[in-house]
Design a protein around this ligand. Structure first.
Ligand SMILES: Cc1cc2nc3c(=O)[nH]c(=O)nc-3n(C[C@H](O)[C@H](O)[C@H](O)COP(=O)(O)OP(=O)(O)OC[C@H]3O[C@@H](n4cnc5c(N)ncnc54)[C@H](O)[C@@H]3O)c2cc1C
Length: 542
């Protein structure tokens, strides 16, 4: 069957399709601890290839054979979002062009398979940048970053990736094209009259916005939950609509992003960068509260234990070495302020004053030639994701969760209990301003015992996050791995609403089946990799 499908598609696509066993194996994993071997791998070259693949899958499903279509960018997804059983569509092979840069409007039009690294480099030549694309892994693509609504250290000030999307071209499940972007109330009415799939989309979304207004309003008050679909940001007060937010963070489950227009900004002057080493965790928690009030452009927390782990493999950070000469280091905070020279001078004075009587080792740097040394501290959490001990890894299953700042102290106590229960280092690092954190337990995922430990830990972790008013999915999506845990947090109305959106865009189950869907944990167990040895080159950040 698969080879017949491949033959048919090869005859009709400009790009290529293969059922080669070795290639299928290569595409059976992503950055997660899960594996699913696809039947086919496709390398589209043009949008019409995507239309033909989705239309073919649609027609097959109408006849009762479901061939799920999984779009894939760099394949770095940590939740199993970029793997699937049917056809994996590699957007990065050919659909990676930079089409156009409108310097006047500061807009750039690209194909989704271009890497954020390549785009960053091209924009830099024009003195432009996209804040949400700074510091990401080199092989992350624009499409993957949007489909996960990625966040970074600058998101508190500049927003996550979704904030930089102006328009998207989407290939819908039946192969029709939908253009997102803000359209007026009158144009919405016209769209609703269309006897096409697009017409049905506008009609049903309009009905959902009316009928589920209360549920949607409740979702809007809790911006920190990245699970589900962004229906709360679709409608404007004047009745105009932009369907774009629905696809931001949708992990390929509502359509394939085939073209993107992104907003950009002029590159700012070098920021003021401050590194602060604290002798106790209590002191660092208080400092995060104080520093948040200063509105920094970035506020990152790095637990001291990560420096110790890095030191085990010989990696030395001058700031940390100097700080430890003054005393014990429980945690380091990296803070940045951008803006004009006056604002940066003011911030430097304020920071120095705030901590002058505290037991804190502080280095502040404004010299563009010197700030890189301090900024490098920010990539330490990625570096320690590659432990020296062979067969051991730091599988990404506890990252990107949100804890309300006022509950952070209580939460850290609950974490200490889990550290004892699992005999694991669960120190927290991440975005202090937004209170989104990561932890990197070291496990040997080739051992059954450690795989069981991982699942139990994930279950307990989601329970303590939820009990402290947080969300397990605050950055990137729930994918396959976290969906069962993320949906436990949701009430019935919200789940129903998300299911209705999924059914509207994916009525025949052909879009990334198993992703962003509530599923039995047993299915998850069956998909666990037994050969997981870690994220390749995890520290290769752009
Ligand atoms: C070391 C490391 C650090 C990370 N740090 C962060 C972090 O700080 N913040 C954060 O938010 N995330 C982080 N992530 C996760 C990150 O969100 C994903 O790795 C990234 O978004 C995936 O991009 P990609 O191009 O590799 O997409 P893939 O992994 O290929 O795909 C990701 C998802 O997007 C979908 N998709 C891909 N292309 C398209 C398309 N054209 N149309 C529709 N859907 C598409 C896929 O189906 C999949 O569901 C990290 C991951 C790693 C490995």
């Amino acid at each position: 069957m698969s080879s017949k499908v491949a033959q048919y598609l090869n005859e009709h696509l400009v790009g290529e399709v293969t059922t080669n066993n070795h290639v299928r194996q290569q595409y059976s994993t992503d950055g997660s601890i899960l594996t699913v071997v696809p039947d086919l791998v496709a390398y589209p070259r043009v949008t019409s290839d995507l239309r033909k693949i989705t239309r073919f899958a649609w027609q097959l499903a109408e006849k009762g054979h479901v061939l799920s279509v999984t779009p894939r960018g760099g394949g770095t997804d940590t939740t199993g979002g970029a793997i699937g059983s049917g056809v994996v569509v590699d957007m990065s092979a050919h659909m990676n062009m930079l089409f156009e840069l409108d310097i006047k409007q500061k807009l750039v039009r690209v194909q989704p398979g271009v890497t954020v690294h390549a785009l960053n480099e091209a924009l830099r030549l024009q003195n432009l940048y996209i804040p949400a694309f700074i510091g990401l892994k080199n092989d992350v693509t624009v499409g993957g970053a949007i489909a996960n609504n990625m966040g970074n250290h600058l998101s508190s000030k500049y927003g996550a990736v979704g904030s930089w999307v102006s328009q998207l071209e989407i290939v819908l499940a039946n192969g029709e094209i939908l253009q997102t972007g803000k359209i007026s109330k009158r144009d919405v009415a016209r769209k609703r009259g269309l006897q096409t799939y697009e017409g049905e989309v506008y009609r049903t979304i309009g009905n959902l916005l009316n009928d589920k207004a209360e549920t949607i309003a409740a979702i809007a008050t809790d911006a920190r939950d990245n699970a589900g679909y962004n229906i709360a940001y679709v409608e404007y007060k004047d009745g105009s609509l932009d369907l774009g937010p629905l696809f931001i963070g949708s992990q390929g489950t509502l359509g394939i992003i085939s073209e993107v227009i992104l907003k950009t900004l002029p590159v700012p002057d070098a920021p003021l960068v401050g590194a602060l080493a604290f002798t106790s965790h209590d002191a660092v928690r208080d400092a995060l509260d104080v520093l948040r009030q200063q509105s920094p452009s970035s506020l990152e927390l790095i637990d001291g234990s990560l420096f110790t782990r890095a030191a085990e493999s010989g990696k030395r950070y001058q700031f940390y070495a100097d700080a430890t000469e003054q005393g014990e280091v429980a945690a380091v905070v990296l803070v940045e302020f951008d803006g004009n020279t006056h604002a940066k001078k003011k911030a430097a004075k304020k920071i120095a004053k705030l901590f002058e009587n505290e037991q804190v080792y502080v280095v502040l740097e404004r010299d563009p030639g010197k700030i890189a040394d301090l900024q490098m501290l920010g990539s330490l959490p990625q570096y320690v994701q590659v432990p020296e001990k062979s067969d051991f890894s730091t599988p990404a299953f506890l990252g990107g969760f949100y804890i309300p700042p006022e509950r952070f102290e209580d939460f850290t106590k609950a974490v200490q209990i889990l550290e004892s229960k699992y005999d694991a280092d669960l120190s927290l690092s991440g975005h202090g301003y937004e209170s989104i954190y990561y932890t990197y337990p070291v496990l040997n995922m080739q051992k059954v015992g450690d795989r069981q430990k991982m699942l139990k830990l994930l279950t307990d972790w989601s329970t303590i996050v939820s009990a402290h008013g947080g969300h397990i999915v605050a950055e990137n999506g729930e994918g396959r791995l976290k969906a069962p845990f993320a949906y436990k947090e949701l009430d019935g109305d919200t789940k129903e609403l998300y299911a209705a959106i999924r059914t509207l865009f994916d009525p025949l189950g052909t879009l990334n089946a198993g992703v962003k869907q509530d599923r039995d944990i047993k299915k998850l167990v069956a998909e666990l990799r037994t050969d997981y040895v870690g994220n390749d080159n995890a520290w290769h950040a752009a």
